[in-house]
Design a protein around this ligand. Structure first.
Ligand code: FNR
Length: 627
């Protein structure tokens, strides 16, 4: 017998396939507790293999992955969970949380979530736990699956929230009934990342009534932290380890899930424009205005960063111009998830940009939509082509610009429900078109080669030697792209010239960059003025620096502003010293005020009071009067 055949037969009798065939997967149940009442309101079903090397779920799932039977094992685990829950009497008012492996939802259309062989009695309440990963990989499929799960009467929990920023971005789209916080939130030390997650989760829970469940509660301090984070449900060893059935001595209770809005009554996939409620006014505008409104929303999305989802439509692929490609390349790099749809658009129009060709007859073909959704911001430009002939920029659209969160969420769902499954798992990459059409003269600076003029070579050497960042932006190119950066700027930005050239500098900005300062720069460039602003910028490794950015216009022979020269200096130390000084000054002022208050109470003459502010003599102080 050949080695392969022998190995195959061994696997059939000892591996994950054998475990599945023998129905040897069983479930254990860990209690989920309502923190205020201490009642056990639900159990999470956790899979175990038969006694032996495949008993632990990690080993069992690793074996299934290796043997190519992950989907079958996943289904067997769910079936075991449901069978076990029924056999152990974990029925209403209790609820059972069951899992689905992210890779199963990632890689296959979900047909086998519900096993027809496992009857689900009406008094078995089920919550299906999913992760955001599946939505990123196959948004259309997962949104359909979630709808089917709800039709089935099951609820949805979003698992591991906080482990990835994308889970925050996708929360409103999946609309989970329960948000399960990653255990690092409860067990870790509070920091900015935890604050960001909690802001997003609390905003979501407040607006939808979703329940927040903290996992990994093992000690009293973990419990206190869970409550502080806003959790009303908890799970972890402090309440009980996984067991074969109901936790001994537990006081049972009912999980009070939020009401979920009904699905769209039309029963078909709406277009974003069709999601507009009747009371939202619809106006008319030419394409020229829509271009600017769209760019404004894109800029807003850039500032929202990784917790933001952007979904747009382009009518036809030809509307994705080189300038648009450049803007979208930046968006893909900065924003959590970006999708662009249009007639003839491929599944991945740019590296990392998710797309889809729109079917003939799909009403979205006649729409121009830009949807921006993040935990604290939602906006959508939803427009429909009025079919004008003539000049392209004058073509009119019926449009609405809405910030109503429900409408924006529905519009985002409408677009994501059309996005093709991911074909690759790549990060953003450089786009070769970036520096096409760079005007002569600037091109010599850009390439670093002299155009034959000794003066230009000298200038180039000088710029390469200075320690301050120098950049040149050409206004004749779309979206004010960088055409030159000196080595000092490469160091400041933390990226080589090849990754900087052909981009607008705004990609360096951080979600915390002051929008007012950015607005002042935009206004100055619009009228060709010089300006200086100190901006918070971010390097590709995520570290931040304060950039004192001085922008000077360069005119051509006719007086028209054709370029801007930027001088960028790292003033981080100065900004931080000033901040520390300010904090120190505030602290001293607070102490002085406190001392003055205490002095006033005990009647001791003031040494620190400002003349005129405090009591002037010991006789007119309250203490003196009391004496
Ligand atoms: C800029 N801008 C810029 N922004 C930034 O955050 N860091 C930087 O180093 C620079 N450098 C820079 C150099 C030059 C020559 C110009 C013309 C501009 C500003 C940025 O590109 C953009 O103009 C502002 O973000 C305002 O425009 P938006 O984003 O509102 O379109």
């Amino acid at each position: 017998m050949g080695d392969d055949v022998q190995q195959f037969q061994e696997q059939r009798t000892t591996g994950a396939r054998a475990v599945i065939a023998d129905r040897a997967v069983r479930s254990v149940f860990q209690p989920i507790v309502e923190l205020d009442s201490g009642r056990v309101v639900a159990y999470e079903a956790l899979a175990r293999g038969p006694q032996g090397p495949l008993e632990a779920p990690d080993a069992l799932f690793a074996a299934a992955r290796a043997e190519g039977c992950l989907t079958e094992l996943d289904q067997a685990c769910r079936a075991a969970a449901l069978r076990g829950a029924v056999a152990r009497g974990l029925l209403a008012p209790s609820t059972v949380f069951v899992n689905v492996e992210p890779e199963v939802l990632d890689d296959t259309p979900v047909a086998g979530l519900f096993d027809p062989e496992v009857p689900v009695p009406g008094d078995l309440r089920v919550v299906l736990e999913i992760t955001e990963r599946a939505l990123a990989a196959r948004p259309a499929e997962l949104l359909r699956t979630v709808a089917r799960v709800r039709e089935f009467g099951w609820a949805i929990a979003l698992d591991d929230v906080g482990a990835e920023s994308l889970s925050l971005a996708f929360m409103p789209l999946l609309r989970p009934d329960v948000v399960k916080l990653d255990l690092r939130l409860v067990q870790g030390r509070p920091g900015p990342a935890i604050a960001e997650i909690m802001n997003a989760v609390n905003a979501y829970a407040e607006s939808t009534g979703a329940l927040v469940l903290a996992e990994g509660i093992e000690t009293g301090p973990h419990l206190a932290m869970a409550r502080g984070l806003g959790a009303t449900l908890g799970q972890g060893w402090l309440f009980g380890r996984p067991g074969p059935g109901a936790a001994p001595g537990a006081r049972p209770g009912a999980l009070r899930l939020p009401a979920v809005p009904p699905p769209d009554p039309q029963g078909r996939l709406l277009s974003p424009f069709e999601c507009l409620p009747a009371h939202v006014p619809v106006r008319e505008a030419p394409k020229a205005l829509l271009i600017e409104l769209s760019k404004q929303l894109e800029r807003q999305a850039m500032r929202l960063g990784e917790t933001c989802v952007v979904a747009t439509t382009f009518q036809e692929a030809r509307h994705v111009t080189p300038a648009t490609r450049l803007r979208y390349r930046d968006l893909v790099e900065r924003v959590g998830f970006v999708a662009a749809l249009g007639e003839d658009l491929p599944a991945e129009p740019l590296p990392g940009l998710r797309g889809a060709d729109l079917a003939p007859g799909d009403p979205v073909r006649g729409e121009w939509d830009v949807v921006v959704l993040s935990p604290h911001f939602s906006a959508a430009l939803l427009a429909r082509d009025l079919g004008d002939d003539g000049s392209d920029l004058a073509r009119r659209f019926a449009f609405s610009l809405t910030y109503e969160r429900d409408t924006v969420v529905r519009a985002a769902r409408a677009l994501l429900s059309r996005v093709a499954p991911s074909t690759t798992r790549r990060g953003p990459a450089a786009d070769g078109q970036a520096v096409a059409d760079v005007p002569a003269g600037v091109a010599s600076l850009l390439t670093g080669r002299s155009a034959g003029d000794p003066g230009e070579a000298l200038l180039h050497r000088a710029l390469a030697a200075v320690g301050t960042g120098v950049t040149i932006v050409d206004l004749r190119l779309p979206d004010q792209l960088l055409v030159y950066v000196n080595p000092a700027f490469e160091r400041l930005a933390g990226q080589p010239a090849a990754e900087l050239l052909g981009r607008n500098c705004r990609f360096l900005q951080h979600p915390d960059t002051d929008p007012a300062a950015v607005g002042r720069i935009r206004a100055a460039i619009e009228v060709g003025d010089e300006c200086r602003e100190v901006l918070l910028n971010r390097r590709s490794d995520g570290s931040t620096w304060w950039n004192e950015c001085t922008l000077t216009p360069v005119t051509d022979g006719t007086g028209a502003v054709v370029q801007y020269i930027g001088i960028q200096a790292d003033v981080t130390e100065q900004v931080e010293t000033e901040r520390a000084l300010r904090t120190e000054r505030d602290r001293v002022r607070r102490y002085a005020a406190r001392i003055a208050e205490l002095d006033a109470r005990v009647g001791v003459p003031l040494s620190l009071a400002t003349p005129g502010e405090g009591p002037q003599t010991s006789t007119d102080s309250p203490g003196a009067r009391r004496a």
